[in-house]
Ligand binder design. Structure first.
Ligand code: XIL
Length: 404
């Protein structure tokens, strides 16, 4: 990173520091009066630190919150070079009733990204969760392929040329379901057999030739036997796809971490897994980073220490490999996060910013991991952007307040 800052950068960073009241890593009142506030904007932002290592940083975005909460929108613009739809591109949100489509939120998020020159990930095309109720009722082997492919075409062609990467298939692996290939027993598998994955990737490539096509999954992070089984199953799947020339460009490791839990350690198995993906010439994205601190020791300082330990050890293992190209947290702050409900933990501190949008120690842990990461080339392997009729600026949103 350069030490030479333009006058504008210095002023901008100063303004952000002035607006920040949290004293990071500081828990005693005496220190509170002396330590400088933690700078988070400009050259101190996560996007800037990530870029210095050739990485993208971003987060999952809650569109309703983006509309009503300008401070949240400002924080996302400040910190992110890439964003992903937390829910609004999922099938149940897009087509709540058969043939009644609701694209307003997804279009608005896409427009927000383009207006602010932030890259956009699409999430997610084929999953066994958050399916519309009508689909779960109606899907049978005779219509499953037509329904799945029509949905993929609809989504990919609508945003063609504008999406950095699509999560084409999400969470298709679960060795506990007992199949020799380790695949999860989903409605798609039951209707179409294991080939549904291949069909989905081919349909996505045909409808958006420029997006990086991603297989995304969880339970690949820590050094447990269960996670090792899941990694093995993902590698088996990806190798099979590659052998059949299926267009898969990247693997997303969700990165939902656990703090203060015995066995939740991050290291050699994770590194071997990422290296195996690199050998297959795949990019790797850490797509949904957050920390479940519901079982961490009580007290803010102890919980922060556990969150920092999990984040730092995980990122130092993962970012040691240059095939990891992007890190996205699942939410930017604890003001809007699924962690509170999911783990019944209203006091979670497992994201970079807190309820008042001040930085938590996890912010510094991510920032420092980026500073220590091996540098990587910024654009390796990214598919060239294709110009399409849906170029930025073409989106019409007559009924929505604009998101800035
Ligand atoms: C979660 C959202 O954050 C919640 O708001 C929603 O209620 C359920 O889904 N893995 C994924 C994400 O791939 O889509 C999930 O998002 C979190 C787990």
């Amino acid at each position: 990173m350069t030490n030479l800052r333009t006058r504008r950068q210095v002023l901008r960073a100063g303004a952000i520091v002035a607006g920040s009241s949290l004293i990071a890593g500081c828990h005693s009142t005496a220190l509170m009066h002396t330590a400088p506030p933690l700078a988070v904007g400009g050259e101190s932002s996560l996007r800037f630190h990530a870029a210095s290592a050739g990485l993208l940083f971003g987060c999952a975005v809650d569109v309703a919150a983006l509309r009503r909460d300008p401070e949240y929108a400002r924080l996302i613009r400040q910190q992110c070079s890439i964003i992903v739809a937390e829910n609004c591109m999922k099938w149940s949100n897009i087509e709540p009733e058969r043939d009644r489509f609701r694209f307003e939120d997804a279009d608005a998020l896409m427009a927000f990204a383009e207006k602010n020159r932030i890259k956009m990930r699409g999430h997610t095309l084929v999953w066994h969760e958050q399916l519309p109720a009508w689909l779960e009722k109606e899907v049978v082997p005779e219509n499953a392929q037509q329904l799945m492919v029509a949905h993929i075409r609809k989504m990919c062609s609508r945003y063609s040329g504008r999406i950095h990467s699509w999560d084409v298939v999400n969470e298709a692996v679960d060795p506990k379901d007992g199949r020799p290939d380790g695949l999860r027993n989903t409605p798609w598998l039951q209707s179409l057999g294991p080939e549904y994955i291949e069909t989905a990737f081919r349909a996505a490539r045909a409808a958006d030739p420029s997006a990086l096509l991603t297989y995304n999954d969880w339970g690949l992070e820590d050094e447990t036997v269960e996670n090792e089984d899941r990694r093995r199953a993902v590698l088996l799947l990806i190798r099979r796809l590659r052998a059949r020339n299926v267009p898969v460009d990247a693997v997303g490791i969700q990165s939902h971490l656990r703090a203060g839990v015995r066995g939740a350690q991050y290291g050699s198995g994770l590194k071997r897994f990422i290296a195996a993906l690199r050998d297959l010439d795949l990019q790797v994205f850490l797509t949904e980073l957050d920390v479940d601190d519901s079982r961490a020791p009580a007290g803010e300082a102890a919980r922060d220490a556990a969150v920092v330990e999990a984040t730092s050890s995980y990122l130092s293992a993962a970012l040691a490999d240059p095939s990891v190209r992007a890190v996205l947290s699942w939410g930017i702050s604890t003001r809007h996060t699924w962690l509170k409900e999911r783990y019944r933990n209203p006091i979670t501190r497992g994201l970079p910013f807190d309820d008042t949008l001040q930085p938590l120690p996890m912010f510094a842990a991510i920032r420092d991991s980026f500073s220590n990461a091996v540098a990587r080339p910024q654009d390796k392997g990214v598919r060239p952007p294709a110009r399409t009729a849906n170029a930025p600026g073409d989106v019409q949103q007559p009924h929505l307040p604009s998101l800035r």
